[in-house]
Design a protein around this ligand. Sequence first.
Ligand code: HEC
Length: 120
Amino acid sequence: MRPHPLLASAVLLVATACAGSPPAVPGADSGTADPILVEGRGVWARSCASCHAPDGSGGRGPSLRAAVQRFPDSRDQVEVVADGRRGMPAFGGRYSDAEIIAVVRYTREVLGTAFQPAGS
Ligand code: HEC
């Protein structure tokens, strides 16, 4: 028996949601998104989400939800991503400085704010 086509697409939808795609950059739908953040999301999806979870809540690597508090100076966060640290691979050879800054901005400005408690 073949599954009902609607059921099949519903299953596909749920599967996609669970695999999780990283949160969209605000304005992505209307074309007003900051292109640097869009680029950062691309880097995040390709190279970071597998260890840190698509929404940055953590997995093999720690949660980055509080990256802004943890790295008050974003340059320190850029340094960890470029140079690596213990289980965290170095990405300096793989991505340009601009791409690393873009992904760091994405974690701070999109993933970080997604976790802000309501009303703050
Ligand atoms: C192979 C898994 C893996 C991948 C891929 C990975 N990370 Fe990590 N990341 C880790 C681990 C493990 C740590 C903790 C390192 C430690 O204990 O010092 C970490 C730590 C970090 C930290 C420091 C967190 C803190 O609170 O100190 C940042 C920032 C970070 N990763 C960002 C990224 C970004 C951005 C990418 C993609 C370009 C990425 N990571 C890809 C595993 C990974």
